[in-house]
Design a binder for this molecule. Structure first.
Ligand SMILES: [Zn+2]
Length: 96
C-alpha cells in the first residue's frame, strides 16, 4: 500500500473506494468524546422520559378500601367511586 495524502482516495483490491482524510489525534478524540456524550445524553433522556411516564401513570391512581370485605385496591384516574374487584361493592375514594 502506498502512502496517502489528505483527501486522497484509494481503490482497494476488492474495488471498494475508501476515502481517507488526515485528522490529528486531538480532533479525533474530541469527536469521539462528543459522540459518546451524545449517546449518553440520548440514553439519559430516553430513560428519564420513560421513568417520568411510569411515575405519572402510577401517580394518577386512586386508592379504595372496600368497607364490605376490607380489600385495598387502586383504580386508574380520579373516579369518585369504584367497584371492589373482590366483592363488587361500590366504594368511595379514600382521602388523606
Ligand atoms: Zn370488597
Amino acid at each position: 500500500m502506498r502512502a496517502l495524502d489528505a483527501g486522497q482516495h484509494v481503490v482497494c483490491a476488492d474495488n471498494q473506494t475508501v476515502f481517507y482524510c488526515r485528522m490529528d489525534l486531538a480532533t479525533a478524540t474530541v469527536i469521539y468524546c462528543l459522540l459518546v456524550a451524545a449517546l449518553f445524553l440520548g440514553l439519559w433522556m430516553f430513560y428519564d422520559r420513560r421513568d417520568h411516564a411510569l411515575f405519572e401513570h402510577a401517580r394518577r391512581k386512586s386508592t379504595f378500601l372496600c368497607i364490605r370485605c376490607n380489600h385495598l385496591y387502586a383504580a386508574a384516574g380520579q373516579p369518585d367511586s369504584c367497584e371492589c374487584p373482590r366483592c363488587g361493592h361500590s366504594n368511595s375514594r379514600l382521602s388523606f
